[in-house]
Design a binder for this molecule. Structure first.
Ligand SMILES: NC(=O)c1ccc[n+]([C@@H]2O[C@H](COP(=O)([O-])OP(=O)(O)OC[C@H]3O[C@@H](n4cnc5c(N)ncnc54)[C@H](O)[C@@H]3O)[C@@H](O)[C@H]2O)c1
Length: 269
């Protein structure tokens, strides 16, 4: 199956590092003109040099997804440069780690403001453009935590569950304009946000034991899904939350199958 994204224009929030940066890279390799928005100016500049050295069309904008005036100005700039916005990936996100008892209001607001309100505001900024075009793809970073929350991450989990529901609401409104809206739920992709591969070996092993495909997610695992969802091939998919977690908790003890395969299984259920 060929996926043709050539000459599309994509905005990726939080595109300066982590999964967002790799989404920008993979889209660029598919012929997409990428626009990265991030609060991190230094990483954005580095990305700009990398993309221009590689001969890719791109632009980078410093901006905070909580600042609607700034987002609207960036979208106006993108439309004046390129004439359209075909794809929006609402990737920017933050965590907040504390038990509910210890969680501060500031942490709660921060997680919801960036993860949920940022997705709302960025979408709001591109909706008029996509409606006018009669074509668009909005793809939102949710999380496996939206399905099964992690202890001590209540604000993160609830904001990401809300992103999945917001996705359905927006899909409903934009269906008549041929704009699809989907969310994806990564499980565990090592990045600076989580430092999975920096943790002690025993802890890494315990985390991997939760996965049916017992390996860390790669940024390309996410990027490949984004390319598909952004393409015409996915034109009949909207309002979904796609699990791209390697089968996290697809069964109760995924590790049991690995022990069985190694001849070491001793599980009784
Ligand atoms: N890494 C994982 O395993 C995983 C799992 C589930 C969901 N996710 C989601 O995927 C997305 C990317 O995660 P990551 O691991 O690459 O994180 P990361 O921290 O490595 O990167 C996040 C990027 O977002 C930017 N950002 C943060 N706040 C912003 C704001 N207010 N405005 C604009 N940009 C902002 C950061 O500067 C950074 O470049 C997040 O939404 C995250 O919740 C990641």
């Amino acid at each position: 199956m060929q996926i043709d994204l050539n000459a599309k224009i994509a905005i990726v929030t939080g595109g300066a590092r982590g999964i967002g940066r790799d989404i920008v890279r993979i889209l660029a390799h598919e012929g997409v003109t990428t626009v990265a928005i991030d609060i991190n100016r230094a990483d954005l500049d580095e990305l700009g040099v990398e993309l221009s050295d590689g001969g890719f069309q791109s632009a980078q904008f410093a901006g905070d997804v909580r600042d609607f005036a700034r987002l609207r100005a960036i979208v106006a700039d993108v439309v004046s440069r390129y004439g359209r916005v075909d794809i929006l990936v609402n990737n920017a996100g933050v965590t907040a780690t504390a038990s509910i008892e210890e969680l501060t209001e500031e942490q709660w607001d921060f997680a919801h403001d960036v993860n949920l309100k940022g997705t709302f505001l960025m979408s709001k900024a591109v909706i008029p453009v996509m409606k006018k075009q009669g074509w668009g793809r909005i793809i939102n970073a949710s999380s496996f935590a939206a399905i099964v929350p992690t202890v001590n991450h209540a604000a993160y989990a609830s904001s990401k569950a809300a992103v999945a529901h917001f996705t359905r609401a927006l899909a409903g409104e934009l269906g008549p304009y041929n704009v699809t809206v989907n969310a994806y739920a990564p499980g565990m992709v090592p990045t600076e946000m989580n430092g999975f591969t920096e943790r002690p070996a025993a802890e890494q092993s315990r985390l991997l034991d939760t996965l049916t495909l017992r390996r860390w997610g790669s940024k390309d695992d996410i990027g490949n899904l984004i390319c598909f969802l952004a393409s015409d091939r996915a034109g009949y998919i909207t309002g979904t939350l796609i699990d791209v977690s390697g089968g996290k908790f697809a069964t109760q003890i995924p590790r049991a199958a690995y022990d069985d395969a190694a001849g070491a299984g001793d599980y009784e259920f």
